[in-house]
Design a protein around this ligand. Structure first.
Ligand SMILES: [Zn+2]
Length: 193
């Protein structure tokens, strides 16, 4: 049975090298922010910039590796039933909701949820990089570079599966931003095989 992350919350757990992590969208149109840190040295973390450099593209899917800030492969994407994820935008946060939505009493967002879940592993807020945003749909205009946050393309039961290439600390959320999730907050499921 998969684990469930309730709406607008997050968790952290260990993923051993060689194990597979499935991130599942049980109802459809729900984003999950994923972070990875080297278990033996959490100063090594997932890096969007390194990954884009080596992939020469910004949309990643099955067959693509996700690199660390030290240019080691942390995870391979081994299955993907959606084919559209985002690796450009930072985890939603109090500041996201204040600046973009004008909330006066903002939710702590994926950033706050990740920081709380990762604190017991010795990972502080300033160590949190851009997350791999499973199912997030951010089309980019190729000429102007303008980007928009659109509803996820994921349907109920869609999944993306990662295989760990080193022992990892994983942070994972059910995203808290209205716009990213087509206006409603839903759970995320995950499972290690
Ligand atoms: Zn979020």
């Amino acid at each position: 049975m998969p684990h469930e992350i309730p709406p607008r919350s997050g968790t952290a757990f260990l993923l051993q090298r060689g194990r597979r992590l499935a991130v599942i969208d049980p109802r459809g149109e729900q984003v999950a922010d994923l972070l990875a840190f080297n278990h033996d040295d959490p100063g090594e973390a997932i890096s969007s910039g390194r990954t884009f450099d080596y992939a020469s593209k910004i949309y990643l899917t099955a067959g693509d590796p996700l690199y660390s800030n030290r240019s080691n492969i942390m995870l391979d994407i081994v299955e993907d039933s959606v084919g559209r994820h985002d690796f450009l935008l930072t985890p939603c946060s109090k500041d996201t909701f204040r600046i973009i939505y004008g909330d006066e009493d903002p939710h702590r967002g994926c950033f706050g949820n990740l920081a709380a879940a990762l604190a017991p592993y010795g990972i502080s807020e300033d160590m949190i990089p851009t997350a791999f945003n499973c199912f997030m749909n951010v089309p980019v205009d190729g000429k102007s570079g303008k980007l928009t946050v659109e509803p996820p393309l994921s349907k109920a039961g869609d999944r993306i599966v990662f295989e760990a290439r080193m022992d990892l600390i994983i942070g994972l959320t059910a995203c808290s931003a209205l716009q990213s999730n087509n206006g409603s907050f839903k759970p995320i499921h995950w499972q290690i095989d």
